[in-house]
Design a protein around this ligand. Structure first.
Ligand SMILES: [Zn+2]
Length: 731
């Protein structure tokens, strides 16, 4: 037996959650269960039973209760409430039966406002409220402990000068200003949050490089407000006073505590001076609601900005003219404790192989979506797995769960924890399954196909994720797999249903807690979540009312997320053969490489990529050959587990081999050769090669291509020798 469990029985009540095919098999009990990637046939049957039992435990009512608890008060990092919630999570996990529940403390450079103000001093006087309106229907909006506008890690400053409107604050926007004879040097710049979303920390770095004295970022209704539909409290979009708080850290250069780049902020650790920290902005910056930004924009009298710079306010947007602003920001940057809560269920057979689950706890205000929807899904997941353990069912591998802290500031808790346990994680971590926002969309406005299931995963794990989605029911009543295909078709306006291989987003950027595990430690990651209409991100209105009335009134999406998260975790924890698909991995790499060539019109005389294409093709062939060699043996129940274990060690090594300890040029913390993020948090494949090509630095590009060739070749060799070894030793 693969689980140290009593014989499983499946009560009839559980059958209602099964897909038709599976329930037919169980009722007849003669035909073999559907195969599962990585499971021998006998073990697949046991796994199906176990997953059925698991899926019967999570409940929408419990998810609603968790959600109410976590969103009852504002709980930003380093607040008393967020620290109380750490103790609460630890207590609940103990009660649920989890083992080794531990609070990990980190001493980090924090950032919070002492005082902030924005005033227009000319041509008319106006003081920005920097606050959000209360609504009677939602008493949480009246809570006096809700913060006003601020950005984590803004510099302090006191600036009084002319205002310039710079559209989205991207480099090309400043180029256009220059063409119009406008410099932002020493000026205050007003920019919009942009759509598609671009990380505000990139806007800050760009403004800093342009020599601006201060930066204001506001939410134009064109981006996340009334242009899209009804606003809060009647709909999912942002009302006039909503403020998108956030951090502006340069964590795309190095995440975590800015004063411990590359090592953990454990008590007593060495810290560099803040002035030396590459990830700390030097520019004072604040977010504004459009209601606070409108008087500034409409009092400008300079040249009219072009059509695509016009937003959705009923005014003419201008570059500059007549408006003088006084911005004053005083930030408290004292050291504060952050707490990561950690727990595990020790594996019955392979306790030193870990499947890690995680979600951040800290929120800018209530975190209705971000992150408490994910927290509610996680608490239902830990409750279900805890209950299974209490019934005597342990996973074969150890399942570790973490409640991260300070994600919103610089992915800090997960980064410090990952750096602290780097050696263990590199050896033991099979995969990290991250959930930040589990339900980031409004089911009430989503239409008949429902919210979009929008996961991302390293390509090697994409096929197992698609397979797992067939076992989970979506709130629409279809299987999650069918619902996923339907929403993918809807979202891309495609005329036919997408292929399985097109479902999973295999391009992974940054912006959540998977970053340290993928980019720094070279472990495979999956991000899970539903998405849809959502315009109150990081504002006070991202709260329980939003979720209960607009987002997920039935809380069924929360539970669907718990179920897919758990099924994927259980498959990774119980598989005989770890379900990495390197043939699919190679196919994805080939697509990435072709995109790079086409987008940049790479001239083969300048940069020869023929060899890299060939190496990737060989890697795919070796992946397919190994899978074929093992496939026949998956039908037998006689193979010793030791055999699989040896093979799994080699498969895990493939993922480790994508790391280059030197890191990508200019960002040594980011060591993955296949994945990184742009400074906007957007995904970036073959980061070293792509950035060199974009700079047209052909010498560096040649070096980076050679590095990639060597890594791919090393992995091809590894897969081939694993295949030879398997054929020699199996039976
Ligand atoms: Zn989040």
């Amino acid at each position: 037996m693969r689980f140290t469990s009593r014989t499983l029985t499946v009560p009839l009540a559980f059958l209602s959650v099964l897909t038709f095919a599976l329930s037919a098999q169980l009722k007849q009990d003669a035909p073999p269960a559907a195969p599962i990637l990585g499971f021998s046939m006998p073990h697949a049957a046991a796994e199906h039973q176990l997953e059925t039992e698991f899926q019967s435990i999570p409940s929408p009512e419990k998810a609603r209760e968790w959600h109410r608890t976590f969103t009852a008060e504002p709980h930003p990092a380093a607040s008393e409430r967020n620290n109380q919630l750490a103790d609460f999570v630890a207590d609940e996990w103990r009660k649920q039966g989890w083992e080794d529940v531990t609070l990990r403390r980190y001493e980090v450079l924090h950032s919070r406002p002492r005082s902030v103000s924005v005033e227009m001093t000319a041509p008319v006087l106006f003081t920005a409220s920097l606050r959000e309106d209360a609504y009677d229907v939602d008493p949480d909006t009246k809570n006096p402990s809700v913060s006003g506008a601020y950005f984590g890690y803004s510099a302090s400053g006191d600036v009084s000068t002319e205002l310039v409107y710079a559209h989205s604050g991207n480099p090309e926007d400043y180029d256009l200003l220059r063409k119009n004879g406008i410099s932002v040097k020493g000026k205050i710049v007003l920019v919009r949050y942009s759509n598609p979303y671009s990380y505000r920390g990139f806007k800050a770095l760009t403004a800093e490089r342009e020599g601006a004295a201060a930066l204001l970022i506001y939410s134009d209704p064109a981006e996340d407000g009334s242009t899209h539909g009804k606003v809060f409290p009647d709909g999912p979009w942002g009302p006039e006073s909503h403020i998108q708080r956030g951090a502006i850290t340069y964590d795309y250069i190095v995440p975590g505590d800015p004063t411990t780049p590359g090592w953990a902020s454990v008590p007593g650790a060495k810290h560099i001076a803040p002035e030396e920290a590459r990830s700390l902005p030097k520019i004072p910056a604040l977010p504004l609601s459009w209601r606070d930004a409108k008087p500034l924009l409409e009092n400008m009298n300079g040249p009219e900005a072009p059509k695509d710079w016009q937003g959705a306010l009923p005014i003419t947007y201008r570059f500059t003219g007549a408006v003088k602003v006084h911005v004053k920001i005083d930030m408290d940057t004292s050291m504060q404790p952050y707490t990561v809560v950690e727990a595990r269920i020790r594996g019955s057979e392979l306790p030193d192989e870990w499947v890690l689950l995680g979600n951040h706890r800290d929120a800018w205000v209530y975190g209705g979506v971000d992150p408490s929807s994910g927290t509610a899904s996680m608490m239902e997941l830990t409750r279900a797995l805890g209950e299974m353990k209490q019934r005597g069912i342990r996973p074969r591998r150890t399942i570790v769960v973490c409640s991260w802290d300070g994600e919103e500031y610089a992915l800090t808790g997960s980064t410090e924890w990952g750096e602290q346990f780097a050696d263990d994680l590199k050896k033991k971590l099979v995969a990290y399954l991250n959930v930040d926002e589990s339900v980031a969309g409004a089911a009430t406005t989503a239409g008949p196909d429902g919210l979009s299931f929008s996961p991302s995963a390293v390509a090697s794990l994409a096929p197992m994720l698609v397979e797992a989605s067939k076992e989970v029911r979506a709130p629409s009543g279809k299987s999650l797999y069918e619902a996923w295909r339907a929403t993918a078709k809807r979202d891309t306006n495609a005329s036919t249903l997408p292929l399985d291989s097109a479902l999973v987003e295999t391009r992974i950027g940054s912006g959540s807690d998977h970053t340290v595990f993928l980019n720094h430690l070279g472990r495979p990651v999956i991000n899970l979540g539903f998405s849809g209409d959502y315009g109150v991100y990081h504002s006070m209105y991202d709260d329980h009312y939003w979720m209960e009335r607009i987002g997920d009134p039935s809380f069924e999406y929360h539970v669907a997320l718990t179920r897919i998260w758990g099924v994927v975790a259980l498959r990774l924890a119980n598989a005989d053969l770890l379900p990495f698909d390197f043939q699919f991995n190679a196919a994805a790499l080939e697509i990435f490489l072709r995109e790079l060539e086409q987008k940049n019109r790479v001239d083969p005389k300048r940069l020869a990529l023929k060899r890299l294409h060939a190496r990737i093709a060989e890697f795919g062939i070796a992946g397919a050959a190994l899978r074929e060699a093992v496939r026949v043996d998956m039908y037998s129940d006689t193979l010793p587990q030791l055999q699989f274990q040896r093979l799994n060690e080699q498969l895990l090594q493939v993922e480790s081999n994508w790391l280059d300890p030197a890191g990508i040029p200019g960002r040594p913390w980011f060591q993955h050769l296949l994945y990184s993020s742009r400074y906007t948090y957007a995904h970036l494949e073959f980061p070293g090669l792509t950035e060199a090509v974009e700079k047209q630095d052909w010498k560096l590009a040649g070096k980076q291509a050679a590095l990639l060739e060597r890594a791919v070749e090393k992995n091809t060799k590894l897969l081939k020798s694993a295949e030879t070894w398997w054929e020699r030793t199996a039976q």
